[in-house]
Design a protein around this ligand. Structure first.
Ligand code: G6P
Length: 367
């Protein structure tokens, strides 16, 4: 197994470093002459125009990719989207009709709850499209359409590159839906495609600066609680950052929408509490800056994830992990990487078993 790590100390780090490739492999073959071409699935214009509702169902990290998808599909394709964790969806008798589309997301393609949720959606008449990493897995086989993520094998229990690849597949799908429904201008369409193509380099850049993240982790590894706060896509991203951290470092953490701070969480902020704030959404920048000021006024130490040009953030946060200036709409694909690295280094400094965290398994195939 040491050989398969190709010189890396852990699979988790190896897999984070493979993100640029996972992204290229997932989007590369599906962009031809500047257009999204999804040969592998059937999405006729007539079908797309008549979708009533989209149900996204998944577990864990894949669920968090689904939360991002809700924001981007609703914003651009204007189709109502519901996101559920599979174990809730399958038991709540959800309202699904034969005009609906179900998007099932799973790295392994074998998660039991997700599989049963797929069957439930199908039984109720939805057409099922799955986003899966393992070829010919059960979920892939039972779906009407499969949009594979080409992230390659993921060994570390905590999912990293599969998440970036899931997001890429979801962005491509969103472009296709929005375009076929006539909701997206040529310019917007072009910008997003070009933006996605720059993400691998952006992540290389982030990986080149990982020393700063390691240093920050080393000096903050004794904290007992961490809060992740974000708005919009950054809120969805915060959920994933928080999950990654608790999975591998066992530090208690929670993710909150910035606007919810006042409704409880702020009571827990005291001197030295670490608050992690991804701030990549320009339209929500001012609101997040106020949130940062609020927690700082109560003694918090703020670590922000921001784009190079977001100078305001650099001014208010105690520490910033900078990411290149990618378009805010696609920023999560790159902005998750510093959060994964942060979780990784926190775990390493604490001496945790990074690739095999206690009590967790790669794929939950039992109830
Ligand atoms: C387990 C893994 C997670 C993963 C989740 C869903 O909890 O430890 O990393 O996100 O299952 O797995 P799936 O294979 O369905 O994406």
């Amino acid at each position: 197994a040491a050989a398969e790590k190709a010189g890396y100390e852990h699979f988790m780090m190896k897999e984070i470093c493979e993100e640029p490739k996972a992204i290229k492999d997932t989007i590369g073959p599906r962009i031809k002459n500047g257009r999204v071409v999804l040969d592998d699935i059937e999405l006729t214009e007539e079908y797309v125009k008549n979708i009533g509702k989209i149900h996204i169902v998944a577990c864990g990290t894949a669920y968090h990719a689904g939360v991002i998808a809700k924001y981007i599909i609703e914003k651009t394709a204007r189709i109502p989207v519901e996101v559920d964790v599979a174990s809730e969806f399958r038991y709540r008798d959800p309202i699904v009709t034969d005009k609906d589309m179900a998007i099932i997301i799973s790295q392994s393609g074998e998660t039991l709850d997700t599989l049963f949720a797929l069957r439930e959606a199908k039984k109720k008449g939805a057409r099922v499209l799955s986003i899966v990493n393992v070829v010919e897995s059960t979920i892939a086989r039972e779906s009407d359409d499969v949009l594979y993520t080409w992230a390659g094998p993921e060994i570390a229990i905590a999912s990293t590159k599969a998440y970036n690849a899931q997001l890429c597949a979801l962005y491509l799908l969103t472009l296709e839906l929005a375009y076929k429904r006539g909701c997206m201008s040529e310019e917007q369409y072009k910008n997003i495609i070009e933006g996605l193509q720059t993400i691998p380099d952006a992540i290389e850049d982030i990986l080149g600066n990982k020393g700063a993240i390691q240093r920050f982790a080393s000096s903050h590894c004794n904290v007992k609680n961490i809060f992740f706060i974000g708005r919009g896509l950054d809120y969805a991203l915060s959920m994933e950052g928080s999950l990654k951290l608790k999975e591998v470092s066992y530090i208690h953490s929670e993710a909150y929408a910035g606007g919810e701070l006042k409704h409880g969480t702020i009571a827990l902020i005291e001197d030295g509490t670490l608050v992690v704030c991804p701030v990549t959404q320009d339209d929500l920048m001012d609101k997040m800056i106020s949130n940062i000021k609020e927690v700082k006024a109560r003694g918090a130490t703020v670590l922000a994830i921001a784009r190079e040009s977001n100078e305001q953030v650099h001014k208010v946060a105690d520490e910033v992990f900078t990411i290149p200036d990618v378009d805010p709409f696609i920023a999560p694909v790159a902005a998750v990487t510093p959060l994964q690295l942060f979780a990784y280094y926190m775990a390493v400094v604490k001496g945790c078993d990074v690739d095999k965290p206690r009590n967790l398994t790669k794929s939950v195939t039992v109830e």
